[in-house]
Write a protein that binds this ligand. Sequence first.
Ligand code: UDP
Length: 425
Amino acid sequence: MKISMISEHASPLAAIGGVDAGGQNVHVAELAKALAVRGHDVTVYTRKDNRALPARVTLSEGYEVVNVAAGPPEPVPKDELLPFMPALAEGIAADWRGGAPEVAHSHFWMSGVACIEATQQLGSDTEESPHMAQTFHALGSVKRRHQGPQDTSPKEREWMEPWVGQSVDRVVATCTDEVFELKRLGVDRTRISIVPCGVDTAMFTPHGPAEPRPEGYRILTVGRLVPRKGVDTVIQSLSGLALRGIRNAELWVVGGGAGADALDEDPEVRRLRNLASDVGVSTQVKFTGQVPRERMPAVLRSADVVVCAPWYEPFGIVPLEAMGCGIPVIATAVGGLSDTVTHGVTGLQIPPKDPDALAEALAELLSQPDMARSMGRAGVTRVRDRYTWSRVAADTERVYESMLGGASRRRVVRLDGSGFGRSGA
Ligand code: UDP
C-alpha cells in the first residue's frame, strides 16, 4: 500500500523532549517504520523547520521524510503554524502528482487541514484521491476545558478541528476516552476506530544498562515541561511523602530544553523550582533537561517508580516505556492512561491535581518493594502483549484496508470563508 503520513509540526527527525516535540514525533516515526516493515511504501510529510534540512531524506528504517517548505525554515511554535498549512498542502499535492497514495494519514488537526486541502488540489474526483485517516493526538475541546484562557491554540481550531473529524474517511482514536470526545464533536461513531500508541519493546526492556542508583528511592517524571503534565503535583507530593515517613526519595524531572542554560531560561522550570523551594523539597528535585531517546531506557531502569500526573492526556507513551522497562507506574486516571495503566496490577491510578493522593500512592508502592516488583513484571507482560509497534501497525493496516474496502467515502464539508476545503459535498 502506498501511504502518506502528514505530521506538520512533529517530524520523526526531531530531537524529542522540547515544548513541541514529544509523543507525536515518536508515534509517527515508529508507526512509519513498523508499516514499512510490513512492506508498505511510506512517506512522512512535515514542515521544513531548519534551513539545513534536505528536501527528502530516506531513512534506514525504510521510509522517507519529505521536508516541505511552508513558512520560515526555522522552529515556529505549533500554535502559530496554521497560516502555513496552505503552503504545506501545496507541497504535498505537488509531490502526490507524481503518484498519489492510497491512504493519507494525518497527525494532529492542522495536518488534517493540510491533507484535506492537498486532496482538494489533486482534483475534485474523490474516488481517485487518497482515503483520509486522521489521528488527532490531542483535542482542542479538551485543551480548552482544562486550560481555559491559557490555551494558545488559534481560535480557528474550535471549528476546524470538528470539520476535519467530520470530513475524513476514518478517525483513529488512541483511547476509549477520546471516542466520547469525538462523538461530541459530531464525528460519526461508525467512522471511528481505536488503535493505541505503541512502545519499542526491543529498546524498552527490563534488562540492560541503568543510570547509577541513589541510596534512597528515585521517583521519575518524564515529558515536555508544560503545566498540564502536572510536574507541580509531583513536586508537591514530596512533602506529603515525608509526612508519611519517606524522606529519602529524590525526584528526577526529565524533559525540557537541552543543557543547563536552556533550563535556567525556561519560565516553567523557574516556576517549578520556586514551588520546590516553597514546599521545602528543593534538595530532592533534580531537573535533568532533555534526555536523548537512546538514554531513556537506562534512565527509566534507574527508577523505583515512574509518575505520570497530567491533568489530561490524549495517550501518553511514557507509561508504556516505563512498563517495558519493568518499572511500576503511578498515573492519573485520565485519557489514555486509564486504558494503559491497570490499577493494582501494573501500577496505581490516582485523581489528577491531587498531591496528597499521589503521596499516599507513592508511600504504598515504595514501602512494598515486592508488590512494586510484581507490578513491574506485570507491566512488561502487558506491553509485550498489547502495545508493540508491530501490533499497532497491523491494527492500523486493518483500518486502512477497511477504508479501501468499499465503505462509503466521506465528502469534505464546505467551509464558508475559511480558505480551506474549497469543494463541497
Ligand atoms: N522524551 C524523551 N526525552 C525527554 C523527554 C521525553 O525522549 O527528555 C520522550 C519520551 O520518552 C516519550 C515522549 O518523549 O517517548 C513523550 O511522549 P508522551 O506521549 O508521554 O507525551 P507527549 O509529549 O506526547 O505529550
